[in-house]
Write a new protein. Structure first.
Length: 226
């Protein structure tokens, strides 16, 4: 039986992917890079350490990467954070998981302060047993570091005893590298085919749909692998 569910946050629990894309597009423009919105949005789900090299060469990344990342954070905080809303039924889904005695962890590419805002918005602060952010990992998704940190925060839980819920192929790729299965959700905007190609074992429209189909989902009474 599974003992923990590890949730991504942006695009999975809160409706923030478009806003993050706009923040990165704004920041890149301010640093002289006019990037098409769709190109930027396709990279959301990665942390800044993996996103910036897509658009900056090595020399510019070395010279301006830190300043660009900090500028993006300010733009997100000032322009876009007030517009983020939770997806429906997030708290109800968490309560249903806890009803089974299953622990809940968050594993996000967001910064720690942003993660705190998201927990409050989704009204789940009292339902989270462990959390990790980009502050806890050397490399962000699609590297497995954040999920490995989450397993450690859950007391060194064996990955066969946990399931990830995420909205991007980067979640599924990172989870797979950590030995974890992933349930995909479509509310972050990535196509179902991309999620399944990246390794998702099941796909739902959003947290409300996962809750509605809970009893038949991989969250319900899943035997451990092996």
């Amino acid at each position: 039986m599974i003992e923990a569910v590890i949730f991504d946050v942006d695009g999975t629990l809160v409706d923030s992917v478009d806003l993050h894309a706009h923040a990165w597009q704004d920041a890149l423009r301010d640093f002289g890079h006019e990037i098409d919105y769709a190109e930027v949005r396709g990279q959301i789900g990665k942390g800044g350490d993996q996103l910036m090299p897509v658009f900056l060469d090595a020399e510019e990344l070395e010279e301006k990467g830190k300043a660009l990342s900090e500028h993006r954070a300010r733009i997100m905080q000032e322009r876009y954070m007030p517009r983020i809303r939770p997806f429906p039924a997030v708290r109800d889904l968490f309560l249903r998981i806890r009803q089974d005695g299953t622990r809940i962890a968050l594993a996000s590419s967001a910064k720690g302060d942003e993660l705190g805002v998201y927990k409050k918005l989704a009204n789940i602060e009292d339902l989270v047993d462990a959390e990790t952010s980009s502050d806890d990992a050397e490399r962000s998704k699609p590297f497995p570091d954040i999920f490995q940190a989450a397993l450690s925060a859950l007391g060194g839980l064996d990955p066969s005893r946990a399931v990830v819920v995420g909205d991007t192929p980067y979640d599924a790729e990172a989870a797979g590298k950590a030995g974890l299965r992933t349930i995909g959700v479509l509310c972050g905007g990535f196509p179902e085919a991309d999620l399944r190609r990246a390794g998702c074992v099941a796909v739902y429209a959003d947290p409300a749909a996962l809750l509605a189909g809970y009893e038949a989902s991989p969250l319900a009474r899943v035997p451990a692998i092996g």
